[in-house]
Design a protein around this ligand. Sequence first.
Ligand code: CP3
Length: 351
Amino acid sequence: MLSPLHPLVDGRTTDAAFVRALRGERPDRTPVWFMRQAGRSLPEYRAAREGTEMLDACLRPDLAAELTLQPVRRHGVDAAILFSDIVVPVLLAGVDVRIVPGRGPVIDDPIRTASDVLRLRPVDPEAFAPIAEAVGLIVAELGSTPLIAFGGAPYTLASYLVEGGPSKDQLRARSLMYADPHTWAALLNWCADVTGAFIRAQVEAGASAAQLFDSWMGSLSRRDYQRRVAPHSARALSALRGLDVPRIHFGVGSGEMLDLLPGLGVDAVGVDWRIPLDEASARLGGGVPLQGNIDPALLAAPWSVLSAHLEDVLDRGLAAPAHVANLGHGVPPETDPDVLTRVVEFVHARA
Ligand code: CP3
C-alpha cells in the first residue's frame, strides 16, 4: 500500500491532468512532458553537472533533485521524471558500470555465460536510500505536479550487460537468447528484479506514476518479444504489486508489438514517432491511453513545420481515450530549450 502521506493518497497529485490522462479520463488540457527533459539541452543542467560524473550525480540526492526540477521550472511541463539512469540499479547491485559521455552505459566485463549470470547478486533494498532521499526532496518541491518513477526494461538492460555497451542491433544479446535460453531467462529475471526494485523504491518514496523504458525492443521480432522478453517485463512491473500507481510502457520500435503491451500490466502505452497515434490506437483496440509521439527530429525544424506536426499529433491523439503529449524518444542534447517551452505552450493552448 502507498503511505497515507504519498501525493496520490493525500490528494496532491490525484487530480493532476497527467495522472487523470493515464487513468483514461480526458482532462481539459492535454498534459505534456518530455522523455530526457533533464539534461544537456539545458545550460543550467550543464552548469550544475560540471565536474560530477553522471552516475555520481544520480546518487547525490540534492543534485539529483535539482536536476529533476530544472525542466519543470523552465518549461512548465505537467510531470517531472526522476533524474537518474536505467543502469543505476545495476550499479547498486554491484556491477561495474559507468556512463561514457556521448556513448552511454559501458561494462568492461560483459555478462555472457551461465557462470557470469550466477555471479550477479540481488540488490539490497537499503542501497536505494539515496534515490528515496532524492524523491523526498523533489516531491516536497513539486506540490501538485506528479513525479514519474522509471526503470529500464529487462531486455534493454540485458542488452547493455551482454554487449558491454551500446550496440547497433543487439546481436550478441539476441544470439544468447537462442544459444543458451536458460542463461537468457536467468539474466532477464535478474534484470527484472533489480529494475523492479528500483521503480518500487521511487514509487514508495513519492512518485505518482511509473514508466518502463524498453529502448531496444525494436530489434526483436514479435515472436521473440512475446516468448522470451515480455514475461520478464511483466515480472519487472509486478514489483509494483499492491501500489495503486498508473504504469506506462514505452518502447522504441514497438509498433509491431503494441497490442501485446497492455498485457504486461500497464495503463498507458508510449508510442515512438514511427506510427501515428490513430493507427496505434486502432492496433490497441481503441481503449488504451497513449503517450507520444512527436518526432524528436522536428524539434530542429522551422516552427511552421513543427507546429503543423504538433497539430497532427494532437488531432490523431483524439482517437485514444486520453493522450499525454511527449516526444517519440528522448530530447536530443543539441535541442534549443526555448523550442521545448514553446511546444508546451502550444499543447496547452490547443486544449
Ligand atoms: O530527464 C529524464 O528523462 C530523466 C533522466 C534519464 C536519464 N536517462 C538521464 C541521462 C532517463 C529517464 C534515462 C533513461 C535511459 N538511460 C534510457 C532509456 C531512455 C532512452 O533514452 O532510450 C537509456 C537507454 C539510458 C542509457 C543511457 N544513459 C544512454 C544511452 C545515455 C546517453 C549517453 C550520451 O552521453 O549521449 C545515458 C546518459 C544519460 N542519462 C545522460 C542523462 C542526462 C547524459 C549524461 C551527460 O550529461 O553526460
